[in-house]
Design a protein around this ligand. Sequence first.
Ligand SMILES: Nc1ncnc2c1ncn2[C@@H]1O[C@H](COP(=O)(O)OP(=O)(O)OP(=O)(O)O)[C@@H](O)[C@H]1O
Length: 316
Amino acid sequence: MTMLIEAERLSKTYTLRKKTSRLKRERTTVEAVRDLNLAVPEGELLGYIGPNGAGKSTSIKMFTGILSPSGGRLRVAGLEPIRDRKQLARRIGVVFGQRTTLWWDLPLRDSFALLHRMYAIPDARFRENLARYVDLLDLGPLLDTPVRQLSLGQRMRGDLTAALLHDPSVLYLDEPTIGLDVTSKMVVRDFLAELNRERGTTIVLTTHDLDDIERLCRRVVVIDHGTVAYDGDLAALRARVAADRTLVVDLVAPGPAIDVPGTVVTRLDGRRQWLAFPVETNAAALIATIASRYGLVDVSIREPDIEDVVRQLYCR
Ligand SMILES: Nc1ncnc2c1ncn2[C@@H]1O[C@H](COP(=O)(O)OP(=O)(O)OP(=O)(O)O)[C@@H](O)[C@H]1O
């Protein structure tokens, strides 16, 4: 199996200089990525998820040759990202949901023509790819529209095409469905699934939308505190940590975390507390115990969903 991304004990430390007085500056360091091990084979559709500040963007910036690692070993498509970044640029595509790589004032068609030149894509291949993606993403009627006049969903379809015209082996997507309506999300997801299936493009997908993961990814890597907290399939992740249900409790007044054996408070917000408890626990008995010791106003039970699964993984 050919590995497209190989990271061994990869790390990145940021150094910050903070002004503490008029003359003094203090140096602090942030270990954004530490000892990260990851191997992504060709053709994978990988969900790369984790809480805010976990180190996802930093690691992806290293995978794409934008940031140099502080330590460890990294190869992408057989290249060393920083040393070989020009060669690497031809092998990868990047889409950021929050930003566009297209030229704001130019019609889509002209942005694509510029990319044709920048990547020196052979004419026939450019024409063939453009026709294919314009058809799949229904961009025909929009080719002469300036990017600034496109809706978010239309722009995302344009960005996906722009990232793929040069036939990259790996496509990195950062929140590709953020802000999109349900229909546009479906278009993007169907397109990515087909791209991976038909062309074998390796996809690394970062998203906070767990529906994206559920619908697309066979394998999930959870990053936490700069390192891999879980690497495996989604079903096994769910099985590993989803054995908990959540009791949402409203108390008469805010107070300390409820202390009842067999439960763990996972969240506390004013009068409301969230308690994780194993599926096999008798919920009625648990509620009765809490009611006998705390001033209870309301309770509800939530079955585990994938967000809980990830949150519980972090808690552990
Ligand atoms: N340029 C920078 N200088 C200093 N610290 C940084 C820089 N970029 C990121 N960090 C810090 O590194 C850590 C990892 O950040 P990173 O952006 O990689 O996380 P993330 O998982 O992508 O988060 P999010 O989901 O919020 O995008 C955080 O503590 C962040 O504050």
